[in-house]
Design a protein around this ligand. Structure first.
Ligand code: BGC
Length: 452
């Protein structure tokens, strides 16, 4: 087959048509309903015991944020008038040995990082008492301050944590680190934090999305629709549901997706995440390039063994490649050299750019389909305005991702998107800030009980 046809085939494999978007929306809706009623579903639909803030919460709170690549500690001052200020925000890079050895090593690492950071910032011990913890992995919650890990994602494998209450593990690590006052009062997912952080400012926010190393979303659901559980001490009429949409599996997989899944740390799981999130997009491109070069379609005159290296093609290259507007695609050439492909023809570089485009466009369109499904689950006829808060490196740093999402949403809901019925809002630091807001909600509720 000629190389032009091979590239066209790849583009066809990765295309997501408007009809396919509509099918994803329908399948999402039925999986969401099954998940809410406790039937078998690829969507876990986890009740979070969190309601949206009122915007009047006040005080200074510390938040911890364990996500994909970093561990962050921040202090947030809530002013009580829908505004807030980050007092400090520090991150510690999570080395591979820390996330793949034992749970104890991981939790001790976090406790020691907290100790160092709050010492540098001379935070009063009193202020370390009520800490919100964003823990961005699927947990089964039994309350706002307890949650057991269902399973690791995003390459984490730290032993001895699955099935355990991560709040207890963190509080014990604080004690071991000599921080007896530090106490986690709320555990939350990054999607929930993002939604809460945005809705502290904007009451129309009812969906929170992460498009970063991993992907997921949460939304506001009526408690009466969550028929799988009873919530004895939860009095609000609505609760945020952590969808864990990364695990959605009603999808048309290409042979490349099957390969990625097979060689991942969690085969058979997180299929949507493996097509959409930053952890995998570069790897998809590498697998496609490798196959095309093996079939003699590209890189015919050079050594391409470099393409055999798993994870050798970083997701951040995709955006740089797509945006290369130089005449001979010099930036593409530089990136290819960086990964070890020493010589490339102009036609090779054009092919690489088209493949990057196909992979990232599919990711954005599937992300848009999932967002559309969640918004229409809340409001099927789109009668009210909705703000979708999005945080995550992929959305923030990948030029073109937000534009592709908007285009796809416009295809399905032209009027609502244009008239700002669906507003997408980049919510930077939402994943950290929201945990501080939730800690404030918990403290207010406790103060109320103590007063009554
Ligand atoms: C996790 C989610 C998280 C998402 C984004 C996924 O791998 O399962 O809990 O919200 O990544 O960080």
């Amino acid at each position: 087959m000629r190389h032009v046809e091979l590239i066209k085939n790849v583009e066809r494999d990765f295309a997501v048509t408007p009809d396919q978007i509509k099918k994803v929306i329908r399948d999402f809706h039925s999986e969401m309903r099954e998940g809410l009623s406790g039937q078998k579903s690829s969507l876990k639909m986890i009740p979070t015991y969190v309601e949206r803030p009122k915007g009047a919460e006040k005080g200074t709170f510390i938040a911890l944020d364990l996500g994909g690549t970093n561990f962050r500690v921040l202090a947030l001052e809530l002013k009580g008038n829908r505004t807030s200020e980050i007092l400090f925000s520090k991150k510690a890079v999570l080395r591979k040995d820390v996330i793949t050895a034992s749970g104890r090593k991981l939790f001790d690492f976090m406790a020691h990082s907290v100790k160092k950071i709050i010492k540098i910032h001379a935070t009063e011990p009193d202020k370390t008492r009520n800490i919100g913890f964003t823990f961005s992995f699927p947990i089964k919650q039994t309350g706002i301050n307890s949650g057991t890990l269902i399973g690791w994602t995003k390459g984490f494998t730290a032993g001895g944590v699955r099935g355990k209450d991560v709040v207890r593990l963190m509080n014990s690590a604080f004690r071991r680190a000599g921080l007896p006052n530090a106490k986690i009062v709320a555990i939350t997912n990054d999607t929930v934090s993002t939604l809460v952080s945005k809705s502290y400012e904007d009451p129309a926010c009812d969906v929170g999305v992460i498009l970063g190393t991993g992907t997921n979303a949460c939304y506001c659901e009526k408690v009466k629709n969550i028929t799988k559980s009873r919530f004895a001490n939860f009095t609000a009429g609505e609760m945020l549901i952590n969808i864990e949409w990364g695990n959605f599996n009603k999808l048309r997989l290409t042979p490349y997706d099957r390969l990625i899944d097979k060689f991942s740390k969690n085969p058979g799981k997180q299929l949507l995440e493996k097509m959409v999130s930053g952890m995998y997009l570069g790897e998809i491109v590498r697998v496609v390039l490798k196959e095309m070069s093996e079939r003699g379609a590209i890189f015919r005159k050079t050594d391409k063994t470099a393409l055999n290296k798993k994870d050798g093609f970083k997701t951040e290259y995709i955006s740089a490649i797509e945006n290369d507007s130089t005449k001979e695609l010099y930036h593409v050439n530089d990136i290819l050299k960086t990964i070890g492909v020493s010589k490339s023809l102009y036609s090779d570089r054009k092919a690489v750019r088209r493949i990057c485009r196909a992979v990232s466009k599919r990711a954005a369109r599937l992300g848009a389909a999932a967002i559309a499904a969640v918004v229409t689950k809340i409001d099927p006829r789109l009668l009210k305005p909705h703000t979708v808060a999005i945080d995550g490196s992929l959305y923030e740093k990948h030029a073109g991702f937000s534009r592709d999402i908007r285009h796809a949403l416009c295809e399905v809901f032209p009027t609502a998107v244009r008239k700002s019925g669906i507003k997408i809002s980049l919510t930077k630091d939402g994943s950290g800030k929201g945990a501080a807001v939730i800690a404030a909600i918990v403290k207010n509720a406790r103060d109320r009980v103590a007063r009554d």
